[in-house]
Design a protein around this ligand. Structure first.
Ligand SMILES: Nc1ncnc2c1ncn2[C@@H]1O[C@H](COP(=O)(O)OP(=O)(O)OP(=O)(O)O)[C@@H](O)[C@H]1O
Ligand SMILES: Cc1ncsc1CCO
Length: 265
């Protein structure tokens, strides 16, 4: 898709989030800064109805409870029925048994279009031996590109692994995105924001692999531009919103830094 940001700003897709209480505000504002519209609705009494009027569903298991899982399943079932893209942010998978089991329950009960997490979250979800330190990634021993590609194939989803380099695969294509700045790892919530941004790009581009790649590039570019103006995490966070708000497709096109890896059968 040629001008994804312009398209988001024109269409203003509604992005329904069922997410965590730590970064809920960041996810809402980052969605808005990109030009999409956020809504957070968790109650089982209304969540499916809200999904039904949305253009993407973002599920984030950061502060999980059993009731929230029920709502996620209800909403995702509606999204599947109406062909609305579902993004799962596997926050903290690899830290506790409950998270591992609940993430597996979601993946076994409904179709998730885009599975997103940091390296250790995705490695654990893909069946590798990996641990997550709370919500923070730890080093994994397996090859992340191989994990992303194989897990994408076995789950019929686009898999997104975030970190210094982001890896995106649909089981055939593998993209490595090198946009971004280390300050993005110094504030809580950039990972959750990425899930919202992916939701916004997937809402307007049915090629979810390309949409995820573009989301990671654009968000990373805003991070690079914000870092130049910042003296630490506080100013960086403020500048990040401003750079997203002031971003254009033209500016982003000149700064996109990604590689498509050769498909290996
Ligand atoms: N060292 C780095 N260099 C460049 N970009 C980075 C770096 N660390 C993180 N990022 C970017 O920050 C965003 C969030 O990725 P990260 O892997 O830190 O998420 P996370 O661990 O899920 O975050 P959180 O749990 O705090 O929300 C991604 O867009 C990623 O590309
Ligand atoms: C710190 C934290 N704990 C649960 S969710 C969350 C937000 C970042 O993923």
């Amino acid at each position: 898709m040629n001008n994804p940001l312009k398209t988001i700003r024109e269409r203003k897709p509604l992005i329904h989030h069922i997410t965590n209480w730590v970064t809920i505000y960041d996810s809402a504002n980052m969605t808005r800064a990109f030009g999409a519209l956020p809504v957070m609705a968790h109650a089982p009494e209304e969540c499916a109805e809200m999904t039904g009027i949305s253009s993407a569903l973002v599920l984030n298991i950061g502060t999980l409870t059993s009731e929230i899982i029920d709502s996620m399943l209800l909403s995702a079932a509606t999204a599947n029925e109406k062909k609305i893209p579902v993004v799962l942010d596997a926050v903290g998978v690899g830290a506790t048994k409950f998270r591992d089991e609940m993430a597996a329950k979601i993946l076994n009960s409904v179709h998730v279009d885009i599975i997103k997490g940091n390296y250790s979250e995705i490695a654990k979800l893909a069946g590798e031996n990996a641990e997550t330190k709370g919500v923070e990634a730890t080093t994994i021993s397996a090859d992340p590109e191989k994990i992303a590609k194989e897990f994408a194939k076995s789950s019929s989803a686009v898999v997104v692994m975030t970190g210094k380099e982001d890896i995106i695969s649909d089981g055939e294509r593998v993209f490595v995105v090198r946009n971004g700045h280390e300050l993005m790892g110094s504030i809580v919530g950039t990972g959750c924001m990425v899930a919202s941004v992916i939701g916004a790009f997937a809402a307007i581009n049915p090629d979810y692999c390309e949409a995820s790649r573009d989301a990671l590039c654009y968000f990373g570019i805003a991070g690079e531009l914000a870092a130049v103006k910042s003296s630490g995490p506080g100013s960086f966070k403020v500048n990040l919103y401003d750079e997203v708000f002031n971003l254009s497709d033209e500016k982003a096109r000149n700064m996109m830094n990604f590689e498509e890896k050769q498909a290996q059968k």
